[in-house]
Design a protein around this ligand. Structure first.
Ligand SMILES: [Zn+2]
Length: 262
């Protein structure tokens, strides 16, 4: 497209005083830097055609680093579903985020993209987690997946999600489950970029599982998590989740919104 049209678009953004976040994402789309939707790089992860290695970049505020159990569990779960012959590598950085109190999806995108070491699609597939200080604008949210490669986990809220009513569940347990859950969204679960032949999407919580044994169960990313589980928290994809991913990978299930296709 010509510069004139882009200039017109920029001017209309300025003149109409549309919030800049909205304008910025529109401009990114026009310039071809499309960050996609959660699930938009599902095929890139599930298949090995284009990306033989997956890099998970975890940028955390000082003292907000993930538990080592979270990192190893994440690697294990992704290794079970993503075909990555050259492996899954974790890169961890300590970052001073420009926001330390209240987060929105657009702030997670903007600051997440700024702090990312390199883009999602180079010779490797790179997915990005930020673990900042502060909470999401909706304080009941423990984690979010905001586009095809960007996740935020809110440790301050995860600490709040522990409950005296269920002391068996620790903040570490919750972090384990929320981390895998958010990556499940990047893998397209549930029904984000395909339609499952199985009836396992919770009708009241779109994009989530109705099975409390699945890590994609809807309550996993909410602050009330401890009250929904009498035993251990789920940390695994259930059979329906696994079947959906297998179907996407083989092409048996049609996928939409993919930033990469075989
Ligand atoms: Zn979720």
């Amino acid at each position: 497209m010509g510069n004139r049209r882009l200039m017109g678009f920029l001017l209309s953004c300025l003149m109409l005083s549309i919030p800049m976040a909205g304008c910025a994402s529109e401009i990114e789309n026009i310039l071809g830097e499309n960050w996609g939707v959660p699930g938009g790089l599902a095929l890139a992860c599930l298949r090995d055609d284009a990306y033989r290695e997956l890099v998970i970049e975890i940028d955390h505020a000082p003292d907000y680093n993930p538990e080592s159990s979270t990192v190893s569990l994440l690697k294990e779960r992704l290794g079970q579903v993503c075909d990555k012959p050259d492996g899954i590598r974790i890169v961890m950085n300590e970052v001073q985020f420009s926001e330390t109190t209240s987060w929105t999806a657009s702030k997670v995108r903007e600051i997440g993209h700024d702090t990312m070491d390199s883009p999602p699609q180079t010779s490797v597939l790179r997915w990005h987690v930020i673990m900042p200080q502060g909470k999401y604008s909706d304080e009941s949210v423990l984690g979010v997946a905001v586009d095809a490669s960007t996740i935020a986990l809110f440790s301050d809220s995860i600490d709040d999600a522990t409950s005296i009513f269920n002391p068996r569940i620790s903040a570490e347990d919750i972090e384990n489950s929320v981390m895998v859950h958010e990556f499940g969204h990047l893998l397209g679960l549930v029904n984000l970029v395909y339609t499952s032949p199985a009836d396992h999407e919770d009708s009241e919580h779109p994009g989530h599982s109705n099975n409390e044994d699945s890590v994609m169960y809807w309550a996993v990313e909410t602050v009330s998590i401890s009250t929904w589980f009498s035993g251990d928290l789920p940390t695994e994809f259930d059979q329906d989740d696994l079947d959906d991913m297998e179907g996407m990978k083989s092409g048996e299930l049609a996928t939409s919104d993919q930033l990469w296709r075989p």
